[in-house]
Design a protein around this ligand. Structure first.
Ligand SMILES: *Cc1c(COP(=O)(O)O)cnc(C)c1O
Length: 488
């Protein structure tokens, strides 16, 4: 694991010369400062609020940061989904929308871009990632099937369950330990996969679901070596690999930085190689590809594509637009090409590492190593006086908002929901608050303010009270659930 040591900080100037131990060689190398490979052409003003106003706002929102009004938020780190800043070229693409009902020029551009950059031959546009998950789950899963995956994602697992399947976690144990510094915490544990195969047989495993840069594990990558081994395993047993490719470019960047043999390849080349090892993919283009809305399902199998075209007209729209406008498909096609540039990824992950290092050096308990899209606070370690069924991560996110107007997201027991069979609360090992960094939106100064605010909340941690539900939705409860403070 790289061990970062700040050697010099020049105040006022883009910060830091950093020394680190390379993962491969072990010797000390010097890392140069990063800076954004773009300049700002337009700005959006944000509102400042008082602590009194924020206290009232969080009560009104039922202590759920999803229910806050965006106008009442100062630095919005709720998610990196659909909130990236599009480039001037993407905005120009918006003007090039061909809004024909059928056969839009932008669809063919998108399809060709997906094939060129991601290697998949067939593309079915959807309104966002979950639209693709719905179609794919219905096509491949039958009642009683098991779907192994490298940790669950909320909407992905729900669609697997709605299609009659059961999600089985086969990620390595290190992924559930916030302190493990394993460089590829997104890896699959073949012991767990073999055990499942022995238990249920290959007939009941339609595919293995592989997320690149695993969101729920803290934005942690899977290695190419592990993915290759999975390809061999799946070929042996006649099982498909479905790729949740929402953050594939970030995963590719970590492979370039951390995996022996990939130093000299570009992010673009690594992305292509990752996709080539999988059979089909679901994409939320609101992340890596920096558009405000959109997604797709992609695959190489022609028969599967035909069946997807039949279903997409039921849920989304005709197969040449799915859930997207022509202009949105154009912005997406352009966004894909920008997302795989090395200098983009270096600044993207560089900004997250910058925040991570600031918090780490202030002694804030974090998920290690630094992930690709967010910094994850270990809420259990920060609020040791709360039991997990008092939802420490939810309480910490609310306290951070009141402190400074920064909006973060809970990723712990509330997000994990209830077991679909027993109805009991799932209590995951990771009880996290996610500070998610939108792409190309905030500056280093915003990161400084964020770090200072987290440290201040940590110093007042004993004042933060636990929460209990006042309204609990039956599915994906983290979005609309409401809470009140517990008495003690
Ligand atoms: C966001 C996300 C999804 C779902 O995509 P939407 O566009 O929000 O529907 C699926 N998987 C992962 C890993 C995601 O981060």
């Amino acid at each position: 694991m790289p061990q970062f040591t700040v050697v010099s900080v020049h105040s006022g100037v883009t910060v830091t010369t950093v020394r680190f131990y390379s993962t491969t060689g072990g010797e000390l190398v010097e890392k140069r400062s990063w800076a954004e490979p773009y300049k700002i052409k337009m700005v959006e003003l944000i509102k400042m609020t008082t602590e009194e106003e924020r206290k009232a706002a969080i009560v009104e929102a039922g202590y759920n940061t999803f229910l806050l009004k965006s106008e009442d938020v100062y630095i919005d780190l709720l998610t990196d989904s659909g909130v990236g800043a599009m480039s001037d070229r993407q905005w120009a693409g918006i003007m090039m929308g061909d809004e024909a009902y059928a056969g839009s020029r932008n669809f063919y551009h998108l399809q060709k871009t997906v094939e060129d950059y991601y290697s998949y031959q067939y593309t079915v546009p959807t309104h966002q990632g979950r639209g693709a998950e719905n179609i794919l789950s219905q096509l491949l899963i039958k009642e009683g099937d098991c779907v192994p995956g490298n940790m669950y994602f909320t909407t992905t697992r729900l669609h697997q369950e709605l299609a009659g399947g059961t999600f089985v976690d086969v990620i390595i144990d290190e992924a559930h330990d916030p302190n493990s510094t394993h460089p590829f915490k997104g890896n699959v544990d073949f012991g767990k996969l073999d055990a499942l195969l022995k238990d249920v047989g290959s007939d009941r495993i339609p595919y293995v679901c592989i997320a690149t840069c695993v969101n729920m594990a803290g934005g942690q990558p899977i290695s190419m070596a592990n993915l290759r081994e999975l390809r061999v395993w799946c070929n042996q047993h006649g099982i498909l690999i479905v790729h949740d490719m929402t953050r594939v470019a970030e995963n590719a960047y970590f492979i370039q930085q951390r995996e022996a043999g990939y130093e000299a390849l570009s992010v673009q080349q690594i992305v292509h190689e990752i996709c080539g090892l999988t059979d089909a993919a679901t994409m939320s283009s609101k992340k890596d590809a920096m558009v405000n809305i959109g997604g797709f399902l992609a695959m190489n199998d022609e028969r599967l594509y035909e069946r997807a075209c039949e279903l997409v007209v039921v849920y989304e729209g005709l197969h040449t637009y799915g859930g997207m406008a022509g202009r949105d498909m154009e912005a997406l096609a352009i966004g894909i090409t920008e997302s795989v540039q090395d200098n983009h990824m270096q600044a993207r992950v560089g900004q997250i590492e910058y925040l991570w290092e600031k918090l780490e050096s202030a002694g804030v308990p974090l998920v290690r190593p630094c992930g690709g899209h967010a910094v994850f606070l270990d809420a259990r370690a920060i609020l040791p006086h709360l039991k997990q069924d008092q939802f420490p991560a939810q309480a910490l996110a609310a306290a951070l908002y009141v402190e400074s107007g920064i909006r973060a997201m809970e990723r712990g027991a509330v997000s994990a929901g209830r077991d679909s069979k027993t109805g009991q609360n799932r209590l995951p090992k990771l009880e996290l608050v996610r500070l998610t960094i939108p792409r190309r939106v905030y500056t280093q100064a915003h990161m400084d303010v964020t770090a200072e605010s987290v440290v201040r909340v940590m110093h007042r941690a004993s004042e933060v009270r636990g929460l209990r539900f006042t309204y609990e939705p039956s599915m994906l409860r983290f979005f609309q659930g409401r809470f009140e403070e517990c008495d003690s």
